[in-house]
Design a protein around this ligand. Structure first.
Ligand code: GLN
Length: 493
């Protein structure tokens, strides 16, 4: 029998409902696994033992009555450290937030608890979600459960939601929340053999999420299967008057999408995503993906998204610009840590920010402030916004003739620590296939589709039309089914 911690979310929810096991049992099993594994994997930065058991007992009481059960009743989850959780330290893995403990709950996590889910703790991430490997976390990076064949070097589970990916892949929670500004749900999903979806911008409320770049940030889940990710996303999303960019329309029944036929759908393959230097393995996996979708009855056409090559430069202007504005609030006066000096107020601001922000965050704040400054605004920020409009127009044009797009999720498999960290541009290149969906607000899912020669997972991405997460789930489920991905990391930890 599979142990409780290895269950898929959907199966665990069914097992809890039929009372095959209790929420306390499965929660305790996860807490034990975390206590044993976390010293090796560093996925959790806070473990909420007491809260988890109290929530589990409350869920068990509701399950015993069998009335008014939530969609995730009794299911233990991990929460990325940028969702504010009332009474539980939330720092976005930055020193500048010190021991900040919110008095309020993010809408996304509140929706999960309202559905009966249990919180196991807070998950590691890149500082303020800026990064692709978690090497910028104040707590040090998590270690992916995956390793290259015959090579013991620790690998990244991706970023910025690397703690979430590590925890789900190592069976330290049933599923986890994550967030995606330029790929931070989908790239870790690809690196860790998981499913991750970023919904259409505005589907998930940003209320109570630590802001990075507000016009790009979206919450979504990391999970083991397409079905699990649909269930998570359905519960996480909601129209929210507390987020002015929230979409005021009801959340569709996404859980009904996986398994539906894709016969008659037209899937576009964007030719500009065939980038120089892409490993042959990724190219052939993409080819396989095309074959799977064709075999399932879809029509495949090549499409052109001509402004793709400007997406990464535009992202690395827009995201830092918004970050420099959002992170101005960390001045040592209102939140978290303060480094007082005798030099007066301005000096305290400066010393606090110099001590509290890590080097990558400082780099982004400098870039962001520069591109917004008088004299440079038009040359950089405004031009990046114009590129953004062109990228959206490219997608609009493609979606006149196709229902969804198929691309690789990342240009490589997971890399080892230190392999990219010396060169910011090499690190930024990770995001080449993912940032376009953020710049255009489109929904996009990553589904594990195979392994490379080293035995590491690779993902394929499906980008849908605005509000058409359904297409992502339908096509994603076909890829999942056809790939039959069942690789698991060897248990070395
Ligand atoms: N890797 C990208 C960055 O560093 C994306 C991060 C994210 O999506 N939060 O900005």
């Amino acid at each position: 029998m599979t142990s409780l911690t290895e269950l898929k979310l959907t199966d665990a929810v069914a097992g809890l409902k039929s009372r095959t096991f209790s929420s306390r049992e499965i929660t305790q099993a996860f807490l034990d696994a975390i206590d044993t594994s976390n010293p090796h994997l560093n996925a959790y930065v806070v473990v909420t033992h007491d809260k988890a058991l109290a929530m589990a007992d409350a869920a068990d009481a509701r399950l015993a009555k069998g009335k008014k059960l939530g969609r995730l009743e009794g299911a233990p989850l991990g929460i990325k450290d940028l969702f504010c959780t009332a009474g539980v330290r939330t720092t976005a893995c930055s020193n500048i937030l010190g021991e900040f403990t919110p008095t309020y709950e993010s809408t996304v996590t509140a929706n999960l608890w309202d559905a009966g889910a249990v919180m196991l703790g807070k998950l590691n991430m890149d500082e303020f979600a800026m990064g692709s490997s978690n090497e910028t976390s104040r707590f040090g990076p998590p270690t992916s459960p995956w390793r290259r064949k015959g090579d013991n070097r620790p690998l990244t589970a991706g970023g910025s939601s690397g703690g979430s990916a590590t925890a789900v892949a190592a069976d330290l929670c049933l599923a986890a929340t994550a967030s995606d500004t330029g790929g931070s749900i989908r790239q870790p999903a690809a690196f860790a053999g998981l499913v991750g979806i970023k919904p259409t911008y505005g589907r998930a409320s940003r209320y109570g999420m630590v802001a990075f770049a507000s016009s790009l940030d979206q919450a979504g889940p990391l999970a083991k299967t397409v079905r699990d990710s649909a269930l998570m996303l359905e519960v996480m999303c909601s129209p929210d008057p507390r987020d002015s960019t929230s979409i005021r329309s009801p959340v569709p029944a996404w859980t009904k999408a996986p398994g539906k036929s894709i016969k008659g759908m037209t899937i576009g393959v964007p030719k500009e995503y065939r980038v120089d230097g892409m490993p042959a393995e990724i190219e052939s996996l993409w080819e396989k993906g095309v074959e799977w979708l064709r075999a399932a009855g879809a029509r495949i056409v090549e499409v052109s998204l001509p402004h793709t090559k400007y997406a990464l430069p535009a992202y690395y202007i827009v995201a830092p610009a918004e970050a420099s504005s959002n992170l101005a609030r960390y001045d040592g006066m209102r939140y978290g840590a303060r480094k007082s000096t005798d030099g007066g107020l301005t000096d305290t601001y400066e010393t606090t920010r110099a001590a509290g922000f890590g080097l990558e965050v400082q780099r982004r704040l400098l870039i962001g402030t520069y591109v917004l400054s008088a004299g440079y605004y038009d040359a950089y920020y405004l031009r990046a916004q114009k590129v953004r409009a062109r990228i959206l127009a490219d997608f609009d044009a493609a979606f006149q003739s196709v229902d969804a797009l198929l691309t690789p999720t990342t240009p490589t498999a997971a890399f080892a620590y230190g392999e990219r960290s010396g060169d910011p541009v090499a690190m930024y290149l990770n995001d080449i296939f993912t940032v376009t969906a953020n710049l255009s607000g489109l929904p996009a899912i990553s589904v594990p589709a195979g392994v490379d020669a080293d035995g590491l997972p690779l993902g394929l991405q499906v980008i849908g039309k605005p509000l058409d997460e359904d297409a992502c789930f339908k096509v994603g489920a076909v890829i999942e089914e056809s790939a039959g991905f069942n690789a698991r990391p060897d248990r070395w930890w």
